[in-house]
Design a protein around this ligand. Structure first.
Ligand code: MOS
Length: 746
């Protein structure tokens, strides 16, 4: 890994507006569904209107004869779509897909909205009319969308140390409660979409995907072609929140239709369909048992969780993600189980596992503090671990104590009085709550190239994506820093499988993963530049060896001249003199744990949220009034985008705590609130002043800059801090999200 100069950094660490911002606000940025091609057709799926049963008859005769209709595909005529072999890794060969069954594989309907046919026509309106005209009759059975979860088989042990049952039985103070989080639906503003092109031998697919390489590997298998014959492009995303990590069935339908008809096909998933066929965060039910000594030292921590999944796929929401290392305890046990429902397959949603998991754990810690008559910050400080007790290895960088103390200080926590409804201001009751948070920090293997060009600009290319979070800008900053160029002179190219393999935009892994590859590529380009400069006729370096030259701030210089103040030659002049249009280098990042596969360090981000709610009992009005978040997320490459990430996550946490839930009709199995009027997300009016503070300790276990990803950490813990504050204001402990007025009237 190249050495980073310890000289003050000029652009890394400086608040920088997103370099792709102007393209987005001016409408120049091309999102997947913006692509248009001559002769392009439009596809509209037909969605099942039952949740459990079989298709008896599917009559497309009327639809096929409608104006502009080119085809109506269903099981019998769509052509062979293959089941991909799932390979759950994040390298170039990974092929991850949550809903494994290819669309229309059989006549069984397992969830509401499952695609049973797809109409393709010359205009969107014609395709929609044809889809509506397809007549489907079903044999229907009672769907199971029951909200109370029971494990379908014996729970699996996820993590265990000591004897948690026995220690709990003997504990002086105990909490034993069950916490429930509802199904939540990702609602990025950009709808999922595919624009599929087939040239007779290869596909070009414009996709709303957070992972172009994985998407290619899966689609090649489903379509039965070599992966070299599939190119995936995803230049801009109107976010994804995890819903766009892995391919969904509509991608296969668009590609199949394009191949069958020999024409470009666009398929845009409607907002309503997005509640049915592109994943969601599953419902979780978590029993948490905590036992302590009389002084509050944890002796036992148990978490037994269940989540719902679909009829065919085993999607596990890893609620124990942070449990084994969050607090120090000699005895711990985490178990998991699945409950099958007639609901589409769940998937990762921002902070999968840890977010619902920490809602439960941090809520239980708050209840424990009350049982102990202890301050909840003090309780956490008392149980701070020295190492990751789950893995038995040190943390690479953990400053949770400082997060709690700094947050308490900034929030004014010392003024808190613990009694329920004991704090008043302007006729309102105040509630104050706190929670800790954590999210994994990983580095996944990837590659990048950097080119120096004869116009004085640089180009960095990596097959990762920018889902709206600032990846374009992060790469520009890293390259600009080393090359000593203004960021305007750095072009960043992402989102295409024809580029060097990049990381998935998920798991908060992009920034931490790309830095080594990009730095190495930059260094290689510089090396080649310098060795060329030593050879090119007509430059003042004649007769010198490459190691007598060096690159600094856009120029190639002679070491001997530097002492004398010699200015050297601008790199573009070197290229021009040598008749070279570009000089490039490539670099790669290894996975976090290297070849041996065993962690030497436990790498995670940490943090704490402090929340104030106001409660007006007379009119049952509850507001989140103030949030202070302190995040230990390694070095922050771009504090402006970084702050936005945490703010956005806290907004999502307010939604999780107060508003969001996908409701399935017990009679039909249909999601009832499948639109943005009835599925309520937090909007500006729900969001108070948010204060975000980064500790900014570099984590050198991940990369030379010490940067960790911060896309998800900000959401973990927020809901528990809010429900803790709600308890403090009202005396009501809400253990089933979201908090509803009726809970508080009880
Ligand atoms: Mo995130 S749920 O890994 O996009």
């Amino acid at each position: 890994m190249p050495e980073i100069k310890e000289a003050p950094m000029s652009v890394v660490g400086k608040a920088t507006p997103r370099i792709d911002g102007p393209r987005k606000v001016s409408g120049v940025a091309m999102y997947s569904s913006d692509h248009r091609f001559p002769g392009m057709l439009f596809a509209v799926p037909v969605c099942a209107t039952i949740s459990n049963g079989t298709i008896d008859r599917l009559d497309v005769s009327g639809a096929e004869r409608m104006p502009g209709v080119r085809a109506v595909y269903h099981r019998a005529n769509v052509g062979k779509l293959f089941r991909p072999v799932q390979r759950k890794d994040l390298t170039a060969d990974g092929s991850i897909i949550d809903e494994q069954r290819p669309p229309m594989e059989d006549d069984v309907v397992r969830y509401w909205g499952q695609y049973v046919a797809v109409a393709v026509a010359e205009t969107f309106e014609q395709a929609k009319a044809a889809a509506d005209a397809v007549r489907v009759t079903y044999t229907q059975e009672k769907p199971n969308v029951e909200t109370k979860l029971e494990a379908e088989k014996k729970p699996e042990v996820e993590s265990e140390r000591g004897d948690a049952e026995k220690a709990f039985a003997g504990a002086a103070v105990k909490v034993d409660q069950t916490y429930v989080t509802p199904a939540e639906t990702h609602n990025p503003i950009e709808l999922h979409a595919s624009v599929a092109l087939w040239d007779g031998s290869a596909f070009t697919l414009y996709e709303t995907t957070q992972a172009v390489a994985n998407h290619r590997n899966v689609m090649a298998q489903i379509l039965g072609v070599a992966k070299e014959n599939v190119r995936i492009i995803s230049k801009f995303l109107g976010s994804g929140f995890g819903g766009k990590l892995w391919p969904w069935t509509h991608s296969a339908l668009a590609a199949a239709a394009a191949r069958n008809l020999g024409a470009p096909v666009k398929l845009v998933v409607s907002r309503q369909m997005m509640f049915q066929t592109v994943g969601h965060r599953p419902r979780t039910q978590q029993r948490v048992r905590l036992g302590t000594t009389a002084e509050g030292k944890l002796v036992s921590l148990q978490q037994d969780y269940l989540n719902h999944t679909s009829m065919l796929d085993d999607y596990k929401e890893e609620c124990g993600e942070a449990t084994a290392f969050m607090y120090s305890t000699p005895n711990l046990k985490v178990t998991s189980g699945l409950a099958r429902r007639n609901i589409g397959t769940p998937t990762a949603m921002r902070g999968p596992g840890a977010v619902p998991g920490l809602y439960a754990i941090e809520s239980a810690m708050d209840e424990l503090a009350i049982a102990l008559k202890m301050d909840p910050v003090e309780l956490r400080l008392l149980n701070e671990p020295k190492i990751d007790e789950g893995l038995g290895v040190p943390f690479s960088s953990r400053h949770q104590v400082e997060c709690l103390k700094t947050g308490a200080e900034r929030f004014g926590w010392s003024k808190r009085t613990p009694g329920v409804a004991s704090m008043k201001r302007d006729g309102l009751t105040l509630g104050w709550g706190v929670a800790g948070c954590s999210w994994i920090a990983q580095r996944i293997p990837c590659t990048a190239t950097v080119a120096l060009r004869d116009d004085g600009t640089a180009r960095v290319a990596c097959g990762t994506q920018d889902i709206g979070t600032g990846t374009y800008t992060v790469l520009a900053l890293i390259v600009a820093e080393r090359l000593g160029l203004p960021i305007e002179k750095v072009e960043v190219v992402l989102g295409d499988t024809s580029l060097p393999m990049g990381p998935v935009s998920g798991g908060s892994m992009v920034t931490g993963s790309v830095i080594p590859a990009v730095l190495e590529a930059t260094e290689k380009a510089i090396e080649t530049l310098v060795s060329n400069a030593a050879k090119i006729q007509g430059l003042p370096f004649a007769g010198h060896k490459p190691d007598e030259l060096y690159y600094d701030a856009g120029r190639v210089r002679l070491k001997s001249d530097a002492a004398a103040g010699g200015g050297g030659i601008a790199f573009e002049e070197v290229l021009k003199k040598g008749n070279l249009s570009a000089i490039s280098g490539s670099g790669k990042s290894e996975g976090t744990f290297g070849a041996e596969g065993k962690a030497k360090f436990s790498t995670h981000s940490f943090g704490a949220h402090f929340v104030e709610v106001t409660w007006q009992a007379e009119i049952a009005r509850l507001r989140v009034n103030r949030v202070v978040s302190v995040i230990d997320g390694g070095r922050i490459i771009n504090p402006l985008a970084g702050r936005n990430q945490i703010e956005g996550a806290v907004v999502m946490g307010i939604g999780m705590a107060m508003l969001e839930a996908t409701e399935y009709d017990h009679r039909s199995g249909a999601p009832l609130n499948s639109n943005l009027a009835d599925y309520i997300v937090a909007v500006n009016a729900d969001v108070p002043k948010l204060e975000v503070h980064f500790l900014d300790y570099p984590d050198k276990a991940l990369n030379a800059y010490g940067a960790r990803g911060i896309g998800e950490i900000g959401l973990a813990g927020v809901a528990a801090a809010i429900t803790g504050a709600v308890y403090h204001a009202t005396g009501v402990r809400v253990r089933e999200l979201p908090v509803r007025i009726e809970h508080l009237l009880a």
